[in-house]
Write a protein of this length. Structure first.
Length: 270
């Protein structure tokens, strides 16, 4: 069971999914935003997970949708150029939480240009579990976006962390995105990953994305016994106690299917 003992910050009604808002109207509707949202769990009576803090800061609005499950609801369009958004997750020892989103995130250019930033920091304590699986991020033409993930795991913590990026809306080239992922387990580096989307020389290279329209990855604790390669995906055991699944797809449906195939392979044991 999950209890919410303290909910702070501002919450608003959910608007239409980001992809339904015309880009020109969005860029004219608001200025750059700075938002800080947070989820903090603690262990309650009987070992149940308690959401001690769930702080929303629009456009990052949090909703409890099931026991131990929180959904991100975008209460403003974007991110837009110039936005600085951050989500902080603290999973206390012995607790568990799942974080998802209600819709894809559409990254748009701002009226004055500039780079948007989305930072997610998560700390997962001893014996704790975090599942982070939002809907895909869509890079609209002209955007300049940076994604930063910092993940700090206790040695016996469990995590499932999936990210999906779609190269623009239908029929358009993607904006530019620089993604950085840093994970440590028990204070020891587990994964350092960095890639760029939106550079034509890189995007079209058969050694990088080729004709793919999406890229995604899943970090899951538990080291797979061997490397497994499928059609458009690979599950790679890391040096530490985790496996990285990477996949490409022509569209978001194919990407999700391939990631799930890799996730199943990573979970398989002889």
């Amino acid at each position: 069971m999950t209890d919410v003992t303290d909910v702070t910050g501002t919450a608003g009604a959910a608007g239409a999914p980001p992809a339904t808002v015309p880009g020109s109207a969005v860029r004219a509707s608001r200025r750059a935003m700075r938002a800080r949202a947070a989820i903090v769990t603690e262990r309650g009576t009987g070992g149940r997970t308690v959401l001690a803090t769930m702080r929303s800061d629009p456009p990052l609005t949090l909703r409890v949708t099931a026991p131990g499950q929180v959904h991100l609801v975008s209460t403003a369009a974007g991110p837009l150029g110039g936005d600085d958004l951050a989500l902080d997750i603290e999973v206390a020892p012995g607790t568990a939480v799942e974080v998802r989103s209600v819709a894809s995130t559409l990254v748009l250019p701002g009226s004055a240009g500039g780079e948007s930033l989305m930072t997610v920091t998560a700390r997962v304590g001893a014996g704790a579990s975090l599942r982070f699986a939002p809907e895909p991020t869509v890079l609209a033409a002209g955007c300049r976006h940076r994604m930063v993930v910092r993940l700090d795991l206790a040695e016996d913590a469990r995590v499932f962390w999936r990210e999906e990026i779609v190269f623009g809306r239908y029929g358009e080239r993607p904006g530019r995105c620089h993604s950085r992922f840093d994970a440590v387990s028990g204070g020891v580096p587990l994964l350092r990953q960095e890639f760029v989307v939106g550079d034509p020389e890189i995007d079209g290279s058969p050694a990088v994305y080729g004709d793919a329209g999406c890229v995604g990855s899943t970090l899951v604790t538990g080291r797979a016994p061997r490397t497994v390669v499928g059609d458009g995906w690979a599950a790679l055991p890391l040096a530490g106690p985790a496996t990285l699944v990477s996949a490409l797809g022509r569209d978001a449906v194919e990407l999700r299917r391939r990631l799930r195939q890799g996730e199943e392979a990573a979970a398989a044991r002889p």
